[in-house]
Design a protein around this ligand. Structure first.
Ligand code: R1P
Length: 320
């Protein structure tokens, strides 16, 4: 694979370095997940997929691309509208690769919704869905643990400011999730994204010094509406907030500058509670299989329901 442009590497076909997508392969409406198996489950909801086809394979009717760095992209249509599903793996670095590389090869406004799993610090039970209106970042304070640390008064974990989801995307997700799962299984609040599954999510590990015994108490004191802990949503919300108006065709720039929405990405997220951190319960395989397709349908419904803005800017996608 030969790449050009060290600033933003692309191959000769115009494929990005890590996600491996090129112009025309991605829709402006994207659902992102961690697990590639979840992406394949969700792809069964897309138009033209034979429900009797093998559960673990991607329908030949859909475009798909697996990158050498573990990203899986599937593009098709949902109720006639082009949509993509991108599985990214785990953590804020993978979210950064995904959002930036996808943004680089899609023209016009985008809506990105994450459907992930999470731990619940709240009364949300395993199998429930949380739709966060905002997210903050929980980072291990590496300096605190340094040999020569003079940071004895500093905290071992650093909590960032909150970044918001798009309010219309959030409200639409809450409505559609409630339609699929019932009001009493859908929660709206604040998410905390952690830079580790272990230390900065308050898991106790005797093999390391983590000083995280009081972390849950600190999170809830910092933001009383904290419902969930996971590892990607903060960066999605942050990048949506810092996205500039998409690199539109020259004649569209004036129109884009005049719109009130000055960001090119609208973002939202929802998470299935896999781990109840207060009661220490973990979701069963059967509950994952029940909730995943219902939640996926609610996300697809939301993706096509929320307007992208001026859809005349969009270009057609292949494979759909
Ligand atoms: C940890 O097991 C992973 O699960 C959660 C966390 O954010 C982390 O990525 O989300 P996904 O199920 O979307 O991967």
């Amino acid at each position: 694979m030969s790449m050009s442009n060290a600033n933003f590497p692309m191959d000769a076909e115009g494929r990005t370095y890590h996600v491996g997508v090129k112009r025309g392969e991605l829709a402006n409406r994207i659902i992102t997940v961690g697990d590639p198996a979840r992406a394949i489950v969700l792809s069964r909801t897309l138009d033209g997929v034979d429900p009797s086809a093998p559960v673990k394979s991607i329908s030949a009717n859909l475009f798909s691309h697996a990158s050498h760095r573990g990203f899986l992209t599937i593009t098709g249509r949902y109720k006639g509208t082009p949509v993509s599903i991108v599985a990214i793996g785990m953590g804020v670095s993978m979210m950064d690769f995904f959002v930036r590389e996808c943004r680089a090869v899609v023209d016009g406004p985008m809506t990105i919704i994450r459907l992930g799993s999470c731990g619940s610090l709240s009364d949300a039970k395993v199998g429930d869905i949380c739709v966060p209106s905002s997210s903050y970042l929980v980072q291990r304070n590496y300096d605190y643990f340094a040999e020569d640390s003079s940071a004895s008064s500093a905290s071992p974990y650093i909590l960032s400011k909150k970044f918001d989801a798009d309010p219309e995307v959030t409200a639409t997700l809450v409505k559609n999730m409630s339609a699929q799962l019932g009001d009493n299984h859908v929660w709206n609040g604040i998410n905390a994204t952690a830079d580790s599954f272990y230390s900065s999510q308050g898991r106790q590990d005797e093999n390391f010094v983590d000083n995280n015994q009081e972390l849950f108490t600190e999170l809830v004191k910092y933001e009383p509406g904290t419902l969930t802990l996971e590892m990607e949503t903060f960066l999605l919300y942050h990048l949506a907030r810092t996205s500039t108006v998409a690199p539109l065709k020259e004649e569209s720039k004036v129109k884009a500058a005049a719109t009130s929405n000055k960001h090119s990405i609208r973002a939202g997220a929802c998470m299935m509670v896999f781990a109840q951190r207060k009661s220490n319960e973990f979701i069963s395989k059967e509950d994952v299989a029940r909730v995943e397709p219902l939640a996926g349908k609610a996300v697809f419904d939301s993706l096509v329901e929320v307007s992208l803005g001026d859809e005349s800017e969009l270009h057609a996608t292949e494979g759909s």
